[in-house]
Design a protein around this ligand. Structure first.
Ligand SMILES: Nc1ncnc2c1ncn2[C@@H]1O[C@H](COP(=O)(O)OP(=O)(O)OP(=O)(O)O)[C@@H](O)[C@H]1O
Length: 654
């Protein structure tokens, strides 16, 4: 990682990754940048600094991992730690027993040893082998179980955290990559990191005991065995960082590939894909994206391994040299045959251990980079939260809404979506919001539901700024149906009941909401009535038409008996009769509630007590239907245009 703490560096990298792959989508060139960072250290001092910061960052990552592992399963954590310590000592003991055995055999052959001694040593050796097998098995079991628990724990944490985050988080593409990395890449990393860390401890134990053995023969030998694997480690750590960078670049590409694949494999898209003959085009696009990303991956993996292996040959040469030296010492009679065996295996073990230490560390470094994305995700705090001392919602909310000079711009947008909007809705009033596409109507609703906070100005409910309330409490006083309502893959009753969790099992209330939304008649005709599964994702699901789904979504909004009723184009998919019926009922439904609805159908809009006309984020006209018609402005133009179209008259808007 280059300078700074991991989160800052990581944020920069994520940004770089998101903007380095501008369009790898449906058309255009497909390119993945070289993961080699432009500012990669060249001189020795810079490399040393980088190494230190890598090591520091990784070591600092350990306590968090230890905490995660402990949270996942304290028992398994203890088992792993203990078995690791034991298994660290076992190789040295094994080597030592082998020496004892050889020496006792040589002694017996030379006539001054006994068979009983050989049996004794052999029995001891059996004990050691058994202990090795048991610890290995224990470690494996603990590791596997811990992995499962960890995956569940992290996915749970990610889900719980995502549920807390603002809508704004989900509407940015950078966040998608972060969420994807956190939920898909991160779960395997803590155990992997913990295993590497414990592997380091184990190797450290083996290493220390073996080095002690080697030093007793010749300190220089120990020194050579120690230094030989260093270059391999340095190259590994460099490539570990690049692999992580590549994963970041590839993340948007993978997302694009998933999208392309879903276009071809999901029922919703199948119609258009077939009609426009998009299948082969999309498949080819998918294939080319895959090839590009595979090519990059292959280049890096091959280079990483080739360079790594070349450097590790150095250790192999050093190892053979040491073995030769020890053999010559034995021939000269300065070491016994047992010593020869012991030191040779000690030299090999030290080499393997040092390599293990380094690769273990490199693995930890790479895992830590992935974990940073998890921590960064978990560290993203929602901006829309309850104040320290939230104002209590009034016992009975009257539904008096007031916008005071409200402006709002979406993050990164050049133009404001709402610009200095002021209006008042009296309790119980029914208001229609109209305007051309993109005028800011849905945005106005999102602000009222506090899914976003205004950039300037304030919104009052019953005289209080809505930011003073707990957002959850505020939302519970609102029934809403959005333009892009959800079609839940569940039963009809569940689809409606989810509008008010308390009433999920209240059949009477669900049926009542369905009646009010005009959905009851269709649901009653379903094979299992309210228990019929809707949607085709699961077995026996029934497909509803667009308008039928919309009625179900409306019924869901009606589940809540809230003082504010907000409907964003509630009749866009309804037939003329259904729309008429709904608005006839809406008068009764809206009685005593403040109702705000968006509609492009002027026949229904004219019934509202107040009409607000938005144009490019500004409230340009405001009044009753008659007042606005008398003004002869935008509203009158659009109304006349629509009415004329119905009456088949040739009228051109002025
Ligand atoms: N999540 C978002 N991020 C950035 N810009 C957005 C986002 N949602 C909407 N916008 C922009 O804000 C402006 C207002 O959008 P809004 O959805 O409020 O329009 P609308 O009046 O409801 O339109 P329609 O009648 O088409 O539903 C549009 O220009 C749109 O591009």
């Amino acid at each position: 990682m280059h300078g700074g703490g991991p989160p800052v560096g990581l944020r920069k990298r994520l940004k770089a990754a998101a903007s380095s792959v501008p369009d790898s989508g449906l058309t255009g060139p497909i390119e993945i940048p070289d993961p080699k960072p432009a500012d990669e250290a060249k001189d020795l001092r810079a490399r040393w600094r980088r190494l230190r910061s890598n090591v520091g960052g990784t070591v600092r990552g350990l306590p968090k991992v230890a905490k995660l592992t402990w949270q996942a399963s304290p028992v398994m954590t203890v088992v792993i730690v203990l078995s690791t310590l034991v298994s660290g000592l076992l190789p040295t003991v094994t080597a030592y027993v082998a020496k004892l055995l050889l020496d006792s055999v040589v002694a017996a052959v030379q006539g001054h040893g006994t068979t009983a001694r050989i049996v004794e040593v052999a029995a001891f050796q059996l004990g050691i082998f058994t202990a090795t097998a048991v610890t290995t098995a224990l470690t494996n079991v603990a590791q596997q179980l811990l992995q499962e628990r960890m995956t569940l724990t992290i996915r749970h944490q990610v889900m719980a955290h995502a549920a807390r985050l603002d809508l704004a988080f989900f509407e940015g593409s950078e966040s998608y990559d972060l969420l994807r990395q956190a939920s898909q890449e991160a779960p395997s990393r803590p155990v992997s990191m913990m295993t590497s860390a414990l592997g380091l401890v184990r190797t450290g134990v083996t290493f220390a005991s073996m080095v002690a053995l080697l030093v007793s023969v010749n300190p220089l030998l120990a020194f050579v065995a120690l230094l030989a694997p260093v270059p391999a480690f340095i190259s590994q750590s460099k490539y570990g960082g690049r692999a992580f960078m590549l994963a970041l670049y590839i993340s948007p590409i993978r997302r694009r590939m998933d999208y392309l694949s879903s276009l071809v494999t999901t029922d919703t898209y199948a119609k258009e894909t077939k009609l426009f003959g998009l299948g082969p085009y999309l498949v080819d696009r998918f294939k080319r994206l895959g090839q590009t990303y595979y090519a990059r991956e292959r280049k890096l993996t091959t280079k990483r391994n080739l360079v790594g292996t070349s450097w590790s040959l150095l250790s192999t040469v050093a190892g053979s040299g040491i073995a030769l030296y020890i053999a010559l010492e034995a021939v000269a009679g300065r070491l016994t045959i047992g010593d020869l065996a012991l030191y040779t295996s000690a030299a090999t073990a030290v080499q393997t251990a040092v390599q293990g230490l380094f690769t273990g560390f490199t693995g930890m470094y790479e895992n830590n980079l992935y974990l940073d994305t998890l921590y960064q995700f978990l560290g993203t705090e929602p901006a829309i939260v309850a104040p320290v001392e939230p104002r209590r919602m009034p016992e009975k909310v009257r539904g008096h809404v007031r916008f005071e000079d409200v402006s709002f711009s979406y993050p990164g947008a050049a133009e404001p979506a709402l610009d200095g909007v002021s209006f008042e809705i009296r309790p119980g009033e029914t208001v229609a919001v109209v305007g051309r596409n993109g005028a800011g109507k849905s945005t106005l609703i999102k602000l009222l539901c506090r899914l976003y906070d205004p950039t300037a100005g304030r919104i009052l409910l019953d005289g209080n700024d809505i930011r003073e309330f707990d957002p959850d409490e505020l939302r519970s006083s609102i029934s809403a149906m959005f333009q892009d309502y959800v079609t839940y893959q569940g039963t009809a009753a569940e689809n409606i009941g989810l509008g008010e969790l308390d009433g999920l099992d209240d059949r009477e209330r669900i049926a009542d909401s369905a009646h009010r939304a005009g959905a009851a008649e269709r649901i009653e005709r379903l094979p299992k009535g309210y228990d019929s599964p809707l949607g085709r994702w699961f077995d026996q699901g029934v497909s509803l038409s667009g308008g039928e789904w919309q009625k179900v979504a409306l019924a869901r909004a009606f589940m809540r008996d809230a003082p504010l009723l907000i409907l964003d184009e509630p009749t866009s998919a309804l037939d003329a009769q259904a729309e008429h019926d709904l608005f006839t009922r809406l008068r009764a439904l809206a009685a005593g509630r403040t109702t705000l609805y968006i509609s492009h159908r002027f026949s229904t809009v004219r019934q509202a007590e107040q009409i607000m006309f938005l144009e490019q984020g500004k409230l340009v006209e405001h009044g009753t239907h008659d007042e606005l018609m008398a003004v002869g402005g935008h509203y009158a133009d659009l109304f006349t245009l629509q009415a004329a179209a119905y009456l088949d008259e040739q009228v051109s808007p002025s």
